[in-house]
Structure formats: C-alpha cells, structure tokens
Design a protein around this ligand. Structure first.
Ligand code: UDP
Length: 240
C-alpha cells in the first residue's frame, strides 16, 4: 500500500525491500520507472500536473530525503525508513553484480559518467556497466538507441528533476531497458565530483545541512523545506 505525502504516493519499503523489488521488476515486461522524490520534487509535482502524473504511474516511489519522512510522520502515516537514492542504487548494483545484469549510466557533464563507471566497477566487483552517455545532448533518439544497442537492463538517468522523469516517460520504451531510475546528481557523487556527507551527518538525517554548507547557493532551493513541513501540519489539522 502506498502512503500519500502531500500529493505524491510513496512505497512504504525499507532499502532492502526496495532493492529486491527493483530486481524483481527486471523479470517482468518493461519498461519500469523508479523515482526517488525528496520534498523539492513533491513541491514541484504540486505545480506540474504532467510531472505528478508521471510520478503516480511509477513502479517504485522511494522516499529520498528526511523531509518526506518527517512530513509522513506529521501526517500520521509514518513510512518505514528513509531510502536515499544513492543507497538504493548501491544496493541494487550489489544485486546486479551478483547476477550479471547490465547497467547503463546516463547524465551529468561529459566525462563524469565514465569516471563514475570506473569507481562503481571497483566498489561492486563483477558489475557490468555496458555503456554511458553525458546528460547534455540535443536529440533523444540516438541516446535511446545507444542504450538499446548496448543491451542495458537498468539505466540510471541523472538529468535532474523533472527532466529525468519526463525523459524516461517519453523514451523509456525505446531504450528496451527493463528499469529506468531517476537519480539526480548521483553520478557526480559516484564519480567523486561531489562529496557525500560523512556518515555521522547521514545517521542524524542532516545530509541536507552538509550539502548546504558545501554548496551555499542551494539556500534558495532549501528555503522551501520548512514550508513543506508546515503544509503537512496544515493537512493534518484539516483532517486529511
Ligand atoms: N544534468 C544533466 N543534463 C541537464 C541538466 C542537468 O545531465 O540537462 C545533470 C547535472 O550535471 C547534475 C544532475 O543532472 O549531474 C543534477 O544534479 P542535482 O544535484 O541538481 O539534482 P537533484 O539530485 O537535486 O535532482
């Protein structure tokens, strides 16, 4: 059963359950879409009906970001746990490495996906990364064709939201892949371009604070977060 948080319905799953479900989707007729909404994405969906429809039709909707977990709690429908997109991707790659499934990396600046691929092959021995492409292309067709030609089963689509989800909705079928996952800035992290918060910050649910310290320009984007929790409290009070 899904849990509605301010208009986006989330799967109530642990990290392990989400990664197992993703693997199961590889044995079903595709394409499947997995999304990892954080509060910014939920807020965007409230203003963009096309984006909201795509999220509602996704096969896996994973709560990325402590703000979603807090909002669910305020709404009185707590989710099992926060599942950061990066951790979900890593758990999935462990399983893919064990079973020889083929992964394609799409997105980020030229060269980043290749560097990410090198690091990921070391971190997940046996992982098959069958191809990659940067995220600054003009035409979708040749990129989808390349994914198909490489025989990719899973694609990490890292173009930032809502571009990545809309790209998957429009081009997923043409790629022939079974599962396409919108993963934002993950390739930058995997490539070592952007540092992830130390574990102490992650454990405390303060990854957002670390990101803000490292990239202060994000303050405008993050300033909307308290409003997100206020909206959840408002909905609760109205008895929704
Ligand atoms: N990006 C891309 N193509 C574009 C726009 C963005 O490949 O047309 C990439 C960008 O280089 C970055 C990622 O998408 O690697 C977005 O990262 P951000 O951390 O802003 O995404 P979020 O996780 O907040 O969605």
């Amino acid at each position: 059963m899904r849990v509605d948080v301010l208009g986006v319905a989330f799967d109530n799953m642990t990290l392990t359950e989400a990664a197992d479900r993703a693997m199961a989707l590889l044995d079903e007729t595709g394409p499947h879409l997995a999304v990892t909404p954080n509060p910014e994405i939920v807020q965007r969906a409230a203003k963009d009906p096309e984006f909201a429809r795509i999220l509602a039709g996704a096969d896996l909707v994973i709560p990325d970001g402590i703000g979603v977990i807090y909002a669910a709690k305020i709404l009185g429908r707590p989710l099992k746990e926060r599942v950061p997109g990066i951790d979900f991707a890593s758990a999935l790659m462990d399983r893919m490495a064990r079973t020889g499934r083929r992964l394609y990396l799409l997105g980020a600046a030229p060269g980043v996906a290749e560097r990410a691929a090198e690091h990921l092959r070391t971190a997940h021995p046996g992982l098959v990364i069958c191809g990659s492409h940067d995220g600054y292309f003009q035409e979708d067709g040749p990129v989808a064709a390349d994914i198909r030609d490489k025989g990719a089963e899973v694609v990490f689509v890292c173009l930032g939201f809502p571009k990545q989800e809309k790209w998957i909705a429009a081009n997923g079928a043409a790629t022939g892949a079974k599962l396409l996952i919108g993963l934002g800035g993950s390739l930058d992290v995997f490539a070592g371009e952007v540092e992830r918060a130390p574990e102490s910050f992650q454990r405390l649910g303060l990854e957002w604070l670390y990101r803000l310290i490292k990239q202060p320009a994000r303050i405008g984007r993050m300033a909307k977060l308290p409003l997100f929790l206020v909206s959840a409290a408002g909905e609760r009070l109205r008895g929704k």
